[in-house]
Design a protein around this ligand. Structure first.
Ligand code: ADP
Ligand code: SF4
Length: 695
């Protein structure tokens, strides 16, 4: 297939200082939860993106010195010469596919507590730590500033030695350099504070010194916020930003633009749509002659082409779209648009770094598994023999298992009890703001429909007998789970209402049932379901109380940067919030809740209750098949596995991962059981000296 000529401009090379990118697809720096802890995992993952056609592939935030460490969030590091080889691993993988490699040099200031290195954090002033740890920063004196500049210069030289083509000066996101720029935070009275020229001084010096150190071979990029904040009404507050930008406009070789509010820049699809930074870009482009890149969760080649053509940007920046589909550029280049695996904007990828574990992705199950399990987002090993696979259940686990098995060349039958495909994804995408989640289903259904070795049967509820009659060689049970009406208390489930008093669940609401009268939504799950259901009911005019035993709304959503926004939305809709309260009982007229700290009880009027608590695996079919074989899967004439929510209810990302894994490991009796290989730094790896701080 050929590429549509409308997208030709996305494949034009562009000069960035001393280097040239082969196209306009630019993977901006993004965290991975791997960093210096998992160098091989990281290198392989970035290499796959380069293979997928990204013209530039950057690191995550790459610490320049132990005085900036972010553990338990694993950043990259260029602290000493021994780090060079670990960085070079990634550079080699990226260069192997003709892409440029970029290193984002980072110094956290008040946004790092240095919990690992135990160095005192320093910043423009002495201030409390932004991340809530009870450590204040030291106000940098002149020697600190000189030290910082020389650390940055040394790290730039190491980046160059590692082979990077682009070296960043990171001046946004509340890290050190952005705090020097800040008219609010920078209250210094020396020549680094006060006037605009003074506040810009440190960034200017660092850019100049980086260019002087590595600019002969490396482009120098600046990551920069286009605004100071976003007003109540959503309108950008530029403040003195234009003027500040004007002072530096032509100094670096590239501008990587974002905005002050991370929850918009990195917004969930629930709140922020594709290309949200458009209102910021015109003035940026008008003020500089240097190339400009920005992000916007771009998945549509039409939007990308429009942005480049209309001069909003020169390069299409992407973090999440490159995670969901490392082969996005290749698919556009080859005219395979219907194969693009579009990011759904759920931010599960971002949660990895927040928790301190390697990245995962709802749409791309191979993300993070490239080195550890040898998975690839596009290729799977061919089936070693002709065989048939029956997958029961067409939720995200079943769809992915069927897709991946069919890619391997198996004859695949997919049986679904319902009249539509997608399982929980189809249901959940109807909740407020979650419409884009349907992409999990659509990508897979489109792929399945194109493959001749796939048969899909709707309206086909399978029994154990029906499964045996099919006579498949392999049977994968992906029958999902259903929400329970009970409350979950440390491993025990307790009914909250007497018999005859109905208790609703997310399944009832998603099936279209609407409670009447004042409704209590009790969220014992802590992610998006409870809040999304409260929002749906409140938007439909029901008086709603949202209660949880946690201290915050949608507490797990803190990792995906949604808790705060979700809470604001519920408050604006007039939802009453009762936090830190456990569910007691409900009698159809009143609900009783008790404070998790004091035990003090409170009653509230509610004629309906939606319990968002826990799910029960639909594993009856799996157990029936196994029981008939006396509990021994080896006695069955087919292999049998349960996958996804039917095995253990979890994130959609876990279901797609389980589906891929099922298909990948078919007919692979030697597939390792148990935990996969560690990217263990303590054992070192060929030719790589172990960095001092790993020991
Ligand atoms: P997961 O997240 O693990 O993929 P879902 O709950 O999204 O799970 O999907 C499970 C799917 O399995 C649903 O679409 C459901 O209709 C289907 N299903 C459940 N039991 C059967 C069965 N016995 N035969 C066929 N399909 C089934
Ligand atoms: Fe997009 Fe979600 Fe994947 Fe992140 S985890 S890249 S937001 S689909």
């Amino acid at each position: 297939m050929n590429r549509d000529p409308r997208y030709d401009l996305l494949f034009e090379p562009l000069r960035i200082g001393p280097v040239t990118t082969k196209n306009r697809f630019y993977q901006v720096p993004h965290c991975t939860g791997m960093g210096w802890l998992r160098p091989r995992m990281l290198a392989e993952m970035r290499g796959v993106k380069a293979e997928g056609g990204w013209g530039v592939v950057c690191t995550e935030y790459n610490s320049i010195h132990p005085a900036s460490d972010d553990l338990p969030h694993p950043s990259g590091s260029l602290w000493d010469d021994s780090d060079i080889r670990a960085n070079a691993l990634m550079v080699e993988k990226v260069h192997a596919h003709g892409a440029l490699a970029g290193a984002e040099l980072w110094f956290g200031g008040a946004r790092t507590a240095n919990l690992y290195s135990r160095e005192v954090s320093m910043d423009v002033i002495s201030a409390p730590n932004f991340t809530g740890h009870p450590f204040q920063t030291r106000a940098m004196d002149r020697q600190d500033i000189r030290d910082f500049r020389s650390w940055h210069r040394d790290a730039a030289l190491r980046a160059k030695e590692a082979g990077y083509d682009i070296v960043y000066v990171y001046a946004t996101h509340g890290y050190l350099l952005s705090n020097f720029l800040s008219p609010v935070m920078n209250t210094r009275s020396d020549d680094y504070g006060g006037s605009l020229t003074n506040r810009v001084r440190l960034v200017r010096e660092v850019v100049e010194e980086t260019k002087e150190a590595v600019g002969d071979r490396c482009a120098v990029a600046v990551r920069w916020s286009a605004d100071e904040s976003i007003g109540e009404d959503g309108v950008p507050v530029f403040g003195e930003r234009h003027e500040m930008f004007g002072l530096l406009a032509d100094l670096p070789d590239l501008w990587d633009i974002n905005i002050a509010d991370y929850s918009v820049e990195m917004g969930l699809s629930r709140f922020v749509k594709e290309g949200a930074l458009e209102p910021y870009m015109r003035h940026v482009k008008a003020m500089t002659s240097k190339p400009v890149v920005t992000v916007g969760r771009f998945t549509s080649p039409d939007t990308m082409a429009r942005w480049v053509k209309s001069g909003l940007v020169d390069l299409i920046g992407a973090a999440r779209p490159s995670i969901a589909d490392p082969f996005l550029p290749k698919k556009i280049e080859e005219g395979r648009l219907d194969e693009i695996r579009e990011c759904i904007g759920c931010n599960v990828c971002y949660a990895g770094d927040g928790i301190g574990v390697p990245i995962r992705c709802t749409q791309n199950p191979a993300m993070g598994e490239e080195w550890r399990r040898g998975w690839h987002p596009e290729r799977l090993p061919p089936a070693p023999r002709a065989a048939t696979v029956l997958i029961v259940g067409a939720g995200p686990a079943g769809l992915e298992a069927a897709r991946a098995a069919a890619v391997r060349g198996y004859e695949v039958m997919l049986a679904e009890a319902g009249t539509e495909l997608g399982g929980r994804v189809t249901r959940e995408a109807r909740l407020p703001g979650l419409g884009e989640w349907i992409r999990v289903r659509d990508y897979r259904v489109q792929a399945l429909q194109k493959m001749p070795n796939v048969q899909i049967f709707l309206d086909s509820e399978m029994t154990a007998e029906a499964v045996r009659e099919v006579g498949a060689d392999h049977v994968g049970i992906a029958t999902g789970a259903r929400w329970r009406p009970e409350v979950h208390e440390m491993g025990a489930f307790r009914a909250v209402a007497p018999e005859g008093v109905p208790v609703l669940t997310p399944d009832s609401i998603m099936a279209g049932q609407m409670p009447e009268g004042p409704t209590l939504v009790f969220d014992g799950d802590g992610y998006y379901h409870g809040a999304a259901i409260a929002e749906k009911l409140a938007a439909a005019g029901r008086p709603v109380t949202y209660a949880t035993a946690e201290d915050s709304v949608a507490s797990w959503g803190g990792y995906t940067i949604e808790s705060g926004r979700v809470r604001a939305r519920l408050m604006r809709l007039g939802v009453r919030l009762v936090l830190s309260h456990a569910m007691g009982a409900f009698d159809g007229a009143r609900a009783r809740l008790s404070c998790v700290y004091t035990g003090a009880e409170q009653e509230l009027a509610a004629t309906s209750l939606v319990m968002v608590s826990a799910r029960r695996p639909n594993d009856g079919l799996y157990r029936a098949l196994l029981d008939a074989a006396g509990g021994d899967p080896g006695a069955l004439p087919f292999t049998l596995k349960r996958i996804g929510d039917c095995e253990a209810p979890a994130l959609i990302a876990a279901a797609t991962h389980a589906g891929y894994r099922y298909a990948f490991e078919l007919d692979a009796p030697d597939a390792p059981e148990g935990p996969p290989a560690h990217d263990r730094v303590d054992v070192g790896f060929d030719g790589l000296e172990i960095p001092a701080h790993w020991k």
